[in-house]
Design a protein around this ligand. Structure first.
Ligand code: KPL
Length: 309
């Protein structure tokens, strides 16, 4: 199988490194020409819980170098999905599947609109990884990856993807309700990410202060209400308890959104709390806490040059 991973962030690099252990042909597609050249030359360097090693992968910034592809894995930031799909258009044929392993909700829809819904596979991964340098990733946490189609169908190709991932050491299963899984993960990010940006705290600290604990709770309860109204089945009996447990389990983490802000980059707020606000508007349900979180994070990311040190 020829597999192209788009986006050499932490998750893109980790998947490329794992998958390169099998007999599949693995490519990393990077919009940055210099970085692609570096990865092509040095490979992907992995350190952390799966050991320290170098994985040889093919890398390019020009999709035309790759040609027809069996599987495209999208690992770019959610606000870059549209551009990423345009980049890989020349690689898509009738037999190509496109798997999104991105944060937030909305990517499946963007890819489906550009490439056709029958090609899209959604995914949620609980692997933990941090990018240390270009093409150099720290594997920080184990966890399963769950894939599935929005219509719940399980074609042979998806079973093959599962097999290839498992053979490469990526614990993977298929779900018939990927939407429920994506929303369950969304609710965790809704409670944690924006609040860490505003407070500049690690995940664990959010539940140590009365104020942040209350805001986290209110943001999560708003999101649960929207999920219920949309008849989305969350996988946790008590989603709020789960978000608090994730704060504890990832206490020393700098959330992905806070990492973006510390690097003065755009955030994925539109695909996290922004999803709750937009869906709530359609349903005419007030979500004041999520609205404030979205407005504050958007202000922060638009004013890096104006902020007082
Ligand atoms: O997914 C995460 C993120 O940072 O985006 C959490 C679960 C909050 C862990 O940091």
């Amino acid at each position: 199988m020829k597999i192209v991973i788009v986006g050499p962030g932490a998750m893109g690099c980790l998947f490329a490194a794992f998958l390169s252990k099998g007999k599949e042909e693995i490519w990393l597609l990077d919009k940055d020409k210099e970085r692609a050249a570096k990865i092509k030359q040095q490979g992907v360097i992995v350190e952390g819980i799966s050991g320290n090693y170098k994985a040889q992968v093919k890398a390019t910034s020009d999709a035309r170098e790759i040609e027809n592809t069996d599987l495209i894995i999208i690992c770019v930031k959610s606000y870059d999905t549209k551009r990423a799909i345009l980049d890989v258009k020349p690689l898509i044929s009738d037999n190509t599947s496109i798997l999104t392993l991105q944060n937030g909700v909305g990517n499946i829809e963007i890819i489906a609109e550009a490439a056709g819904s029958e090609k899209v596979v959604g995914g949620v991964t609980n692997l933990g990884a941090t990018l240390i340098d270009a093409g150099c990733v720290k594997h920080a946490g184990r966890g399963e990856t769950v894939i599935g189609r929005i219509d719940g169908k399980i074609p042979a190709k998806m079973r093959l993807i599962r097999e290839i991932f498992n053979n490469a050491g990526l614990e993977t299963r298929i779900s018939r309700d990927i939407k429920g899984l994506l929303w369950s993960k969304l609710i965790i990010n809704v409670g944690i990410n924006a609040l860490t940006v505003i407070t500049r705290l690690n995940n664990g600290k959010l539940i140590e202060f009365e104020g942040t604990r209350r805001i986290l709770k209110d943001a999560v309860l708003e999101a649960i209400r929207i999920a219920k109204r949309k008849r989305i089945k969350l996988i946790y009996d008590d989603p709020l308890a789960k978000v608090e447990a994730v704060c504890e389990a990832t206490a020393s983490n700098v959330s992905s959104m806070l990492q973006d802000v510390l690097k003065k980059r755009r955030t994925e707020i539109d695909f996290i709390n922004g999803v709750i606000v937009r869906q709530a508007q359609e349903l005419r349900i007030p979500t004041p806490v999520n609205s404030v979180l979205v407005d504050l994070v958007k202000t922060i990311e638009s004013s890096y040059n104006l902020a007082v040190d």
